[in-house]
Design a protein around this ligand. Sequence first.
Ligand code: HEM
Length: 411
Amino acid sequence: MAALQSQSKIVRWIDHRLPIFTFMQHELHEYPTPKNLTYWWNYGSLAALMLMIMIATGIFLAMEYTPNVNLAFDSVERIMRDVNYGWLIRYIHMNGASFFFIVTYIHIFRGLYYGSYKEPRELLWILGVVILLCMMATAFMGYVLPWGQMSFWGATVITNLFSAIPLVGNEVVTWLWGGFSVDNPTLNRFYALHYLLPFVILGVVGLHIMALHTHGSNNPLGIDRKGPQDSIPFHPYYTIKDMFGVGVFLTIFAIFVFWFPNLLGDPANYIRANPLQTPPEIVPEWYFLPFYAMLRSVPDILFIKAKLAGVLAMFGSIFMLFILPWLDTSPVRSARFRPIYKWVFWLLVIDVLVLGYVGAHRPEGLYVVMGRIATLYYFFHFLILFPLLGIFERPLPLPTSISAAVTKGKP
Ligand code: HEM
């Protein structure tokens, strides 16, 4: 508050009527943060940056894009060739989606390693899962908009999955399409929702940050702050650390945008959508590959047909994350003090990478076996290992405080 007294008259005049400056002062400047956060804590702010970049570039793309099946593909080509810096805006948006997912996946795995989803941060985590679901829906619908071959056939395959719902499946698919195939009404509603959802994400991110600021950040030791000696103000210590991360991140992002803009995409999407010709391979963007692998790996299970079982596995793999805080029975947060979980965590990372690799290949021969084992392991990991580890694992002794661990007892 004292710092605000020194602000100009105008700032104080506004703040007296609408205390936004006091709020910012409290949340950013004074906000006490654990003194031991590592660079793994940079990814939340990077995700926020990516959300801003995606919304900004998306709005400019929308000014030139036409959501009509006869014009969409050409309007995108026009953006690439004729609109001033259209190529740059589109390449940032296209690669931005990939980078948004990279950052968010790292952010999630960081949370898994350090037990950031545990009490009292369960709702913070759940809001994160809601964000992830919204991001996936947004990315899926966005990919349909250029109306290339992969847009059309990807949309056809994924929307068709809903036909696996017993009894009403076909009606649901017709309802989703707004007709009897993926066509103009489908493109229009996907465009409307693709524009809307990022703002929903923005709102949920607001709640995510609110929940974060209620109890503050977790930290690499996973123990609570015991007093002022364990904290430092967010500004300038972490603003500068976040800004350094932003610099490194934007450099890598720029290398992709300027030198390898199509590396992460599929060349088939530069071919206009043709409903009469199925492409030889229908593959989603890389960030959906692990889930795509699960979808195709599951066989018939008792009376459940493979198609429905695959859909349940794919959606289940994400919905399961909602109950994660209650599946993990260990009282210790950070994997640093969990001698078995420390290794098991990396098994999950490898498992997801294997699933991604399998998802990029035809479901034949060895890939089928790999896909089934990796899918099974994914569920085993969360549903069986998580609860059991908490019971059988003997955690290492925790440090008495963050300060004691950081200074190793020295004053
Ligand atoms: C648009 C996407 C997202 C944005 C902008 C965002 C933003 C943030 C920010 C700024 C932080 C604080 C800095 C940090 O700890 O890195 C944070 C923390 C956190 N986020 Fe996210 N987040 C997003 C998605 C997610 C997702 C998908 C999950 C999980 C499914 C998640 C779970 C968490 C958790 C558990 C924390 C607390 C971490 C800790 O204190 O150790 N977030 N988020």
